[in-house]
Structures are given as structure tokens and as C-alpha cells.
Design a protein around this ligand. Sequence first.
Ligand SMILES: CC(=O)N[C@H]1[C@@H](OP(=O)(O)OP(=O)(O)OC[C@H]2O[C@@H](n3ccc(=O)[nH]c3=O)[C@H](O)[C@@H]2O)O[C@H](CO)[C@@H](O)[C@@H]1O
Length: 393
Amino acid sequence: MKENMHTLESNNSSLAPDGNGKKALRIIISGGGTGGHIFPAVSIANAIKELRPDAQILFVGAEGRMEMQRVPDAGYEIIGLPIAGFDRKHLWKNFAVLVKLARSQWKARSIIRKFRPQVAVGVGGYASGPTLKTAGMMGVPTLIQEQNSYAGVTNKLLAQKARKICVAYEGMEKFFPADKIIMTGNPVRQNLTKGMPAKEEALRTFGLQPGKRTILVVGGSLGARTINDTLTAGLSVIQANSDVQFIWQTGKYYHKQVMEAVRAAGEIPNLYVSDFIKDMASAYAAADLVISRAGAGSISEFCLLHKAVILVPSPNVAEDHQTKNALALVDKQAAIYVKDSEAEHKLLQVALDVVNEPAKLQALSEHIAQLALPDSARIIAQEVIQLAEKSGR
Ligand SMILES: CC(=O)N[C@H]1[C@@H](OP(=O)(O)OP(=O)(O)OC[C@H]2O[C@@H](n3ccc(=O)[nH]c3=O)[C@H](O)[C@@H]2O)O[C@H](CO)[C@@H](O)[C@@H]1O
């Protein structure tokens, strides 16, 4: 923290215009909790930097959450707030949550005072609440980005004060003031759309063989119990189908248990297992077919990369929004849908059938490609820069 504060102080010394006579930009991006919030944020930051390399960008996240590792990995500075979510099961525990919220607002205030941003961008997740609320109260213009077809609680609250609301689905006027909405799609990390590795090279990074059909299995940024249980129960099927290879992301929480089962099953050379895949560009390049949860960010990536996919939406998310995300694709023959409750008895067989049917893979890929919304990060970055330039700060 001391180090962060040191950087903040040095940021203060650069409030003057840059060498080109343009105003030096200072932008806060806040939110996180899961990859679905963090990676769009990183992508927006990258696009701002592409347009304005002089811009200073500071992330504000939640202490102990995934963004505290992933944002520095992407090359940006982040400060954590001591924020936590409300515990709906144990109401008595929420006193501590309220104290953390107050401390977070106080800390956000001090960060904003020191960094003096011209704009604060919220991408959803715990930290964006206190950061954007405080920014709004201090007169800093705010922009929010909603990834899903169903608006999160934090974004709904922040929408009243926000200047712009960037969305990825039609019909978001149900949640947000229509005049602030801009249809941008979800920003995807630039390394996934530019300069992907060749398939053979990608397979080698996972220790897999070139020339074999490959299935990438991802359970969103945190992993998915149903998908992991299905593959664990199917280890002998995977072993028996050695002409098909698997790249399996388990998520941090399930990794140990999965690895025990994999070790007990004996040698499976056609299987690569990891808790989290940092190099998603290689994972996508290697895959002929993807099995995945239906998180909004993942779906945007499948569309942009034209990936044939089987979606197993999580039934445990607000308003069942992953099923809605998935059905929007399934209705256009752009994805295959397997219900969470049916995954264990049919997912693996459906995947093995489809991956061996080139015409089906091709059709899925062509249909999903039509749903891609490219340029999302750049469009959002332009909005952010415009707000910053207009602000009197
Ligand atoms: C359980 C839950 O609350 N899920 C929500 C969460 O999903 P989740 O955090 O899983 O997010 P998404 O599916 O939207 O995106 C996952 C992101 O993680 C990346 N990735 C994934 C695995 C991996 O090993 N490495 C890696 O880099 C993917 O490339 C993608 O960029 O946020 C989404 C966007 O708000 C929501 O739609 C989801 O419903």
C-alpha cells in the first residue's frame, strides 16, 4: 500500500498537459471479483492506452479478490478496498460488512483526492460500488459497463449518477435510463483478437499432439462444479478416446480434488489440466470445440473467435442470466445447449460426437461469428476519453 501511495503522489506531479498540448488523462477503473468483471476492465484500459499512451490508469479492486493478482499481471497498478459482499444467510454478520463499506468509502475518497481522476469507470463487482458512488459525490463523471443481459445490483444503483452506461444486450432500458445507454458489446482482451498463435504451436504449449481434435473445457473464471464432476466421472471415457485431446480448466477451488482423481485414473496423455489458464489465446487457438459455462465475457470471446461451443449455463446466478445468455445463441443455431442437470449423463458424449463432425463444427463456427461485436473496448475507451476531456478537472 505504501508503494501504491508513493506512485499516487508521483502521479500528482503530472497534472500538466502532455508534450502534445493535450490534457494529461487520469482515469480510475474499478470493480472485479470474477474474471467476468476484471478482463473487460483490462481490455478497456488497454484500449485507452492505445488511443492515449500518456493516460494514467489506476485500478481500484477489493482486497483478497482475484483482481489483486490479475490486474498487476496485465501490467496495471491496483489498490484494494476492504470491501466484502452482504451475507444473505447470516444477517448478523452484516454489521462487519457495513463497517467495511464505510471504511471502503473513506479509502476511495482518499484515493480520489490524491489521484484526481477526470473519470471513474465501473465494471461491476464489490469495489465499483463505493468507488463510483464516492467519485459521483465528489463531482467526478462516471461511466459504467454492464456485461450481462441482466443488470447487477451495484450497476443499477450507480446508474442514476452515471453519465454513460455501456451495455452488451438489447432491452437494457428495463434497468437503466435509456438516454444514457450505449450498445458497445463486451470488451475482450486484445491478445485474444490480435496475433493468436498457430494451432500446432498452441497445442505444444499444453504438451498435446498436433493433428488431433481438441476440446477446451472451461468453467468460467472460477471453475464449475458440474463440469468438473462430469469430467471426473468420465475420466475412463477420456482415456478410451485417445484420438481426442482435452484442455481442462478446473478453477482454483476444485483443482486439488480433480488432480487426485486424475492421478488415481493412471496415465492420460490426451489430457491437460490446470486450475486457471493464463494464456487463453493459446487455449482458444488449440481448440476445435469448447465446453463452457455461459458467462457474458466468455460468450463475447467465443463470438469474436468464431468458436464452436457447447454451453452449460450455471443455474446459480441472479435471474438465471446465464441461461438467457446461452439461449440467445442457441436460438440462432450458434451454440449447443446442455442443461446443468443433464450434463453428467450426456455432456461428454455430445462433445465427443460433435468434435468428430467437421460439418457441424463449421456450421456452429459460422453462426456464432455473425453475433460478434468487434471494437467494443475502443468504443468504450473513446467515450471515457471524451468524458475526461470535457471534465473541468
Ligand atoms: C458464477 C458467476 O457469477 N458468473 C458470472 C461471472 O462469470 P465469469 O467470471 O466466469 O466470467 P465470464 O464467463 O464472463 O468470463 C470469464 C473470463 O475469464 C477468462 N478465463 C477463464 C478461465 C481461465 O482459466 N482463464 C481465463 O482467463 C475468460 O477468457 C473470460 O475472459 O461474470 C460474468 C460477467 O459479468 C457473468 O455473466 C457470469 O454469470
